[in-house]
Design a protein around this ligand. Sequence first.
Ligand code: F6R
Length: 611
Amino acid sequence: MCGIVGYVGQKQAARILWDSLSRLEYRGYDSAGIAVLNGAGVATIKCKGRLKDLRERLSELPPATQGIGHTRWATHGVPSDTNSHPHHDCSGDIVLVHNGIIENHRELREELARRGHNITSQTDTELVAHLLEENYRGDLLQAMMDTVPCLEGSMALVALHESEPGKIVAYREKSPLILGLGEGENYIASDIPAILPYTKKAVVMGDGEFARVSRDAVEVFGPDRKPVSREPVMVDLKPEAAEKAGFDHFMIKEIYEQPEALSRAISGRVRGSSVVLEPGEYGLTDDQAAGISRIYLLACGTAYHACLAGKTMFERFAGVPTEAVLASEFRYQDPLVDPSVLCIGVSQSGETADTLAATREARSRGAMRIMSVVNSALSTLAIEADDVLYQRAGPEIAVASTKAYTTQVVSLALLAVRLAVARGRMTPHEAAAFTRELKELPAKAQTALKLAGEIKELAKKVALKEDVFFIGRGADYLAAMEGQLKLKEISYIHAEAYAAGELKHGTLALIEDGVPVIALMNDPSLAPKTASNVMEVKARGGWIIAVGTEECLNKLELDGDDVRLVVPATHPLLSPVTSVIAMQLLSYYAALEKGADVDKPRNLAKSVTVE
Ligand code: F6R
C-alpha cells in the first residue's frame, strides 16, 4: 500500500526520504517519488518501478533540507511515471502526496477541468493539489483546511508550498499519519517503520486533524481548526516488529486488516445504491452484457473458493450460467468458450501460472472478454486482462491468504451487481438492499474479529485433534471449503469440507467420539436442515463447533463441550466473509499452538509461478 514520508530539518532531505521510503518497501508499491524544497524552489523526481530506480536519480535533486516522499500502490490510474506522487498544481508551487481514495474524484475532475486546470495524471490525488491552488491565499495550512471539506473518502495528505519554505502541512482522515519528533528536525510518516532509525518519539494524528510541521515545531489542529495539545508517545518497537505493526505474524496482522481492506475494496464503487465501476474495471457494453451466454471464473486455491461464492452471485443476480473452474484444470476440460462467453481470472498475486494459462487459453478460444480481479498492480494478469478490478487489499505477505479472500468475494459481488443491472436482472430496490449489506460488511468483519479471545482458547483443543470436518449448506458450504484449506495449510491438521447433506452418504462413518465438526450456519432458510445434520453428528459423539448468526445457531440444541461462535448476520451470499474470518482466526491460533511457522507454512510459496 502507499507510504508517505516527510522531513524538515538540517540534513539532506532526499537521502533521508529515500531511506525512510525503503523502510516501507515491505508494504508493496509500484512507483515512488520525492520532492524537495530549497530557496530556489521545488524539485521532484518520480518514476514507475522500484525504489532502487529512484535512488539512481537522487543526484538530480538539488541540496535541500526539506521534502516529502511517497511509494504508490495504484488505485486510480495505472502505475506510471505521470501517475506517481508527488503531484503538483498548475503553477508547480504546491506539491502533494496522498494515501487513500478520494471518492468524489469524478465530480472534482469535471469541475476542475471546467475551471481551466491543467490536469496531467489519472489520479485522484492530483485533483487535491489543484483544489489547494484554488484555496491558497498565502497560507498552506489554511488552504488545506478550506480544501478538505470538498473531499469525500479516506486520505492522509502531506503538502509543501514553494513560498513557505521550512513548513510541511498535513491532514489525516481514515488513513494513518504520525509526526516523528527530532532535535532541530521533524518527520512525517504514514507508518512507524519509516522513522524508527531517526526517532522513537512521535505524535499520532487523529482523524480530522491537521498539522503544520517545521524544523523546531510540530503543531496539531483539530477538526474545528483550533490548536490541539498532544503528548508525544515513545515508540518502543524493533523495525521488524513495526513492519508487522506490533503483531506477531503477518497473517494475524492481515486478518485484522480486513475491515479496512473491505472498506477500500468498496470505496467509491458503491454510490447510493448503485455499483459504479471505472471503464478499466468493467469494460462491457450493455449489448455485450445482454449477450453473455456463460461466465467462467478461473482461479486457484483460496481465490477459487472466492470464485465459488462469486458463481452464486452471478447466477442469482445477473442470471448468467456461471462456472467456477480450477485454473489448473480448465485446459483439460475442453472448455466451451466462444465469443458469447465472459471469462474472469481471479488472483491475489496476478502471477499464478495456472490462472494465467487458463485466461490465455480462454482468450485463444475467442472469449468475449477477459476480465480480472487482482490485488497486485503491475502483475501479469492485471496487464494481460482487458479489465482489472483491483481488490485494494494491500500487500498480502503471509503465505496463507486472508484479506485477499474476503476482498475477492466483495469484488466479485460488485461485478455481479454491475452486470445484473446492465442485463436488467436486478431492480433498483434489490440492488439497494444488497449494496446496503455490502457497505455494512467492514463493520461486521470488525465484529467478527472480536471472537479472537474465545477462538484462541478453542484452538488449544482443536490443535490436539488429527482430523477436523467442516460442514455447511449453500454459501456456508463454500465458506467451509475455505475454512478447511486455511486450517490444513498452516496447522497441518487434516481437514475436509462437506456439503452438510452429503455427510450421511459416506463421511458420517468417520465421525466418532470427540471428532470436531465445524458447522457453518448463516442462512436462515437452510439452518433447520443443517441443524438436523448436526444432530446426526452429535448422535455419533462428534464435537460440534457451530459458527453462524444468532438466529441460525438458535436452531441447534448444543450441550457439553459444544461451542457456539456467533458472527453478525449479513446477506447469506456475503456470509463467507464473516464466517471465514472466524475460521482464519481458528487456523492461526491452532497453528500457533502447534508451533508451526504461521507465515511460511512448509512446502508452500506465496506466488505459485509454476504449473
Ligand atoms: C491459500 C493460498 C493459495 C492461493 C493460490 C492462488 O491460503 O494463498 O491457495 O490462493 O495459490 O494465488 P493467487 O490468488 O495469487 O492466484
